[in-house]
Each structure stands twice: as C-alpha cells, then as structure tokens.
Design a protein around this ligand. Structure first.
Ligand code: URA
Length: 199
C-alpha cells in the first residue's frame, strides 16, 4: 500500500476533534503521490462527506473547469482540505479543529513534496502566509517559500456566484502552467550550473 493510502486509513480513523461525531466519514484527499501541485481547500461539504472525495459538489465542478482550463488533469494533481471531516451545516472550521487536523496535511505534504501549493480560500492561505495578508491583493501571485512555491487563490465556492471573482480566479488559474514551467526550467538548469562550478 502506498504511503498516502496508509495515511488516508489513519485519517479515516481519526477522532482527535468532535467533527468525526457529526460527519459521515473523513475525506482525506485524492491524487497521485508524485503530484507536482497540491490544491488545498477549507473542509468537506455535504457532497464530499457523502462520497468521501474532496471537491465533488458545485465548487468541485467549478474547480474541475478551472483545472481543465489550465491544462491540469484532475488525476495528475493532489486535492485536499485543511480540515478532513465536514463541520456541521458547513460552518467555518474552529481553531481547535484546524489545530487537531494540521498533522494530517503536514504528513501528506511530507510524502508528496509538491513543487507548488495552491491555497483555495482564507483558511489554507493562513497556514502558509501571514493572516494579515489580504487575498484581494495577493491572489494569483506565486511566492517562493523554502523548497516550494505557494500560490494563494480565492475559494472556488466564493467565486462561483460572483462574476468579478469568477473572472479573477479564472485568470489566476491561467498562470499556473507558467509557474510550473518556470520551476521545471530551474531544475534543468541547476545540474549544469553545478557542473560548471566544478571546473
Ligand atoms: N469546499 C472545500 O473547501 N472543500 C471541499 O472539498 C469542498 C468544498
């Protein structure tokens, strides 16, 4: 069994906060272990809770369109959430719930080691960037952090019904292939640069 699949089994058994009592099942996330890009939303909604898969409701259908528009097949990226169990009535996750759940996302990222993390909405943005940053100013701007690049985006659910945000998130997704290509160029260039420095 793959490391991610083993981890998913652990997540399914998690009882570290009360959300497991009110939800149907955990939604660990899905995608390949070698994904270059990880998308991180907020928490499962009703559809995700029913199916055990992330982003399969209306926001997920919009995410699928955005991925297709950026030539990113859904089965080549990893998709998950900050919180793995659905909060009752889709309320915002509580600080204690996010804290209890944080270890799972950290372990997923340790296994996948993505080149790019795309945060969808304010909760995942706050994990990687300062909570004082404003999404209206920094959306779609790739930021180098340690050994990866973080790209903050609006949440697809927020953009779904608001025409101006919809255009914004669509334009932001169009930048992703370029960000990925830029990173791949750096990787190709690095060994040659190292070779040169040996002589
Ligand atoms: N919204 C999220 O943040 N995550 C999902 O999986 C679905 C909707």
């Amino acid at each position: 069994m793959s490391l991610l699949a083993e981890l998913a089994r652990e997540i399914m058994r998690c009882q570290d906060c009360d959300l497991h009592r009110t939800s149907t099942r955990a939604v660990p996330g899905e995608g390949p272990e070698n994904a270059s890009i990880v998308f991180i939303g907020e928490a499962p909604g009703w559809n995700e809770d029913q199916q055990g898969r992330p982003f399969v409701g209306p926001a997920g259908q919009f995410l699928d369109q955005l991925l297709a528009s950026a030539n990113l097949p859904r089965d080549k990226v990893y998709i998950t959430n900050i919180v793995k169990h659905r909060p009752p009535s889709n309320r915002d996750p509580l600080r204690a719930e996010m804290k209890a759940c944080e270890k799972w996302l950290d372990k997923q990222l340790e296994i996948i080691k993505p080149k790019i993390i795309v945060t969808l909405g304010r909760y995942s943005m706050a994990k990687f960037l300062s909570a004082s940053e404003s999404i209206s100013k920094i959306h779609g701007v790739a930021r180098k952090m340690d050994n990866m690049v973080v790209v903050p985006m609006y949440h697809p659910a927020a953009a779904l019904h608001q025409q101006s945000l919809r255009k914004t998130i669509e334009a932001d997704f169009q930048k992703l292939p370029q960000v990925l290509a830029g990173l791949e160029q750096v990787e190709v260039a690095t060994p040659a640069a190292q070779q040169l420095s040996m002589f």
